[in-house]
Design a protein around this ligand. Sequence first.
Ligand SMILES: [Zn+2]
Length: 449
Amino acid sequence: MRTLTGRPSGRPVLFPALSLALALLASMTVGPDAPRAYVLEGKPAPGRLITYHNAAPQHARAVREAVEAWNTSGALVEFVAVPRADAELVIRTGSLVDGGSTSLLHRSTSSGEELAPRPGDAEIELPGWSAEEARRRRPEATLVAAHELGHVLGLGHEDGGCALMNSAILNAAPSRCSPPGAGEYRCRLLERDDVRGAVALYGGSVALRRGSSFCDLYPPVDPPTGLSIAFDPMSSSRIRLEWRNATAERLASVVVATSTRGCPTSATSAGSTTLDAASGARQAAGFVLELGEVCYAIWSRDTDGRLSDVPATVRFDPPDLPLPPSTPSVTFASSSPLGPRGTSLRWRNPISATLRSVVIERTTGGCPAAPPRRPRPWQELPADSGVLQEFTDFRFDLERAGGYCYALWAKDRFGRLSPPAIVQSTLGAGGPARAPHHAGDRGQQERRS
Ligand SMILES: [Zn+2]
């Protein structure tokens, strides 16, 4: 009989040591040719079938999962649930506040004669937790139940490596196994060594559960909902994201990431921002405007630091580029009432709430290919949306009158330029002429001239 006594929470569950007799039996079982870590202590249950009854309803799921682990382990033995009156093994709770204990009776006589199993021959005691505590500590109860079932199968304690049959449970894992991380539990109950022991007793072949040793304790928190962008192009150089947090007790924060190349796929990218978040609350945050197409992604993060499976995303399209000035024309202004001779440049500004200025460049012998790098005062004029505007160029040179080409760009408050509008002076020495045209319109211009 093995009995575990209570322990304060957080301390290891210690399973008592083997008796000397059982240890001797184990040493006889281990062959010299194959080093085996598992320890056998006692005879296998006869018939490769162990009937059981679970009389601890708060541990129903833990027992079911522990039974399932052994029944699918590859060892040729099976636990089968039956009514209590028929059960060789009864699982119950008692005064234990931690860990478990197993007692095996009548499996063989003192002379080693094998006896047929009888109801009540074996007993497992699990902790006498309330339903709520059993739900909260189910991973631990499952480990204990699976460990005790190992004893019922005939396995002893083994502390040479990671095994369910380690003699203690420490940090929600057998003492020689890696403990689970935050928000995880050790869902892989049986290690290779445990199953090899069971196979040695019952035959079969080891069929280990595949995949990670760990599973998530809780499903991840949902991403935020209703993510939208508020932006005032007239007055602001910041955008404002608004959303509603997921309703989840475990929500701790949200992580915001941005990308200009598609939507962010990782919350850990450089420049991501973590903000405290309250469950179900509406939330907002401001960000510096990026001129370009930007995708914002927001993940929920739970109290264990795990992220929602997917983020909420929203794309931000910056305001359209300004349109170029329209209907540019250039006129000989020798009769200007202002006195000096010049060229009069006229155009209509584009209709745009974010228009700030018009940038002008002038060249001879071809048209400007680019705006002035450092505009002189006359080359960048304040501009209002949609109005007709005029600029008189007093630097007019009669000798070169026919060779002037002007380009005009609309510029918005974010410093972005429109495509240019181009107009070429066709003023001959004889007098003014009008020859307006737009960028890309030069073929027509040439035909007309
Ligand atoms: Zn034990």
